[in-house]
Design a protein around this ligand. Sequence first.
Ligand code: BG6
Length: 464
Amino acid sequence: MSKAFTIFGGTGDLTFRKLLPALYNGSISGAESEDYQIIIIGRREYTTEQYCALAREWVQKFARLPYSDRAFGRFASRIAYYRMDFSDPAAYQELNDYFSAHGIEEFIFYLAVAPRFFGLIAENLASVSGASRGKVILEKPFGETLEAAKDLNRRLETIFSPDQIYRIDHYLGKEMVRNIETIRFSNPIFTNLWDARFIESVQISALEDVGVESRGGYYDEAGAMKDMVQNHLFQILSIVAMERPSDYIGSDMHAEQLKVLHALRPVGQEPIKDTLVLGQYEGYRQEKLVGAHSQTDTYAALRLFIDNDRWRGAPFYIRTGKKLGEREMNVVVTFRRPRPDVAHNVLVIRIQPTEGVYLQFNIQKPGDTTDITQAKMDFCQSCLLENRINTPEAYERLIGACIRGEHFWFSQWDQIETGWEYVEQLRTAYREAGLPLVSYPTGSSGPVQADRLLERFGHAWFKT
Ligand code: BG6
């Protein structure tokens, strides 16, 4: 029996930058995906040879494992390019015939297309025999509005049962995001201090130096709040803040994460100007496929509270933005000081580009003195030689997890819905309060208003 990993949107950015390199890495490291034929579906007129020539360039640029002609040749022998207009229902009968002719009976479909096509593709797959027993992986956003997302969900579930649907959030596949639970729950020095009595604030930053690149059409509809906050950053927030799940790999963890999202202080209880800053980088409106008067946010900074016993009184600061001076993603936990004359203890979980943990604490200055200074211990996990070679990238992990049926690596619908509702309420409150979309220079650290948001409450964005 043959198995196929079929990608709809096979000539798009995501396939070239992430999926093909991940599958190539998997073919070298002997991952489960190696057993699958790779069927690339696109509208363009390519032969398989022409497509593989393109794929080679992207793999050379983006694959984690070394490129060699031999390894690529082996990988490419599993690829077939299949030209198809996936909005045409009649084309699915031919696709069905193609799968039958190749003896394919086990399916994974990866929908790397705009969300408006998800429902259409899924419904048409009903006419491909055996497809409804397969699995479907969806890229975010899961719809263009909350209503559209709910509708899409209903359409998907007429074909696939919930356990066949995998909603990918690639941040859940990142090495140090998975590590947050271990750091929190396997170390009494952190486990026992992990609440607002000891923690003054938490910051989660996802800063990017790139702009919207070729994705202006999608991004201009989404913006930073929907593109990053509602999914990736809320996932991280809820892992940092959740109660200890009874097991880390099952539905219990999702239930705990969901409780955190439900405990977010309702929008409207704090003045919105003390909660949210939205910005747009200078020159964004001149980007390809972006509206000349676009009001889309490319930067967001938030001050949130989780109203439960563990976190009451400790703000969570979140920020994300494009075209900033650096690329950096981390979680900064600032502990309360015993006295105002000493520095805070700070734990930084570095997610990217460096993966590791930074810890800052007070010690006596060397020498014959009682002065205090800070010890700064910086552990770089990704610098270890064996990790450079062995640590799989997020998409490799998640493709493997889907093949093994490990749902806990994926977003659940109720998390998405809750995050989405909250983000929409915030954006509405911002708009109704007449707050401006502030502009910031490219290459900067973001709008000054985001710095002031923290300064007003005696805090500052942490710099390591
Ligand atoms: C994607 C967003 O989900 O994540 C992009 O749509 C963003 O806009 C990207 O650039 C960031 O991912 P990473 O892995 O580079 O941090």
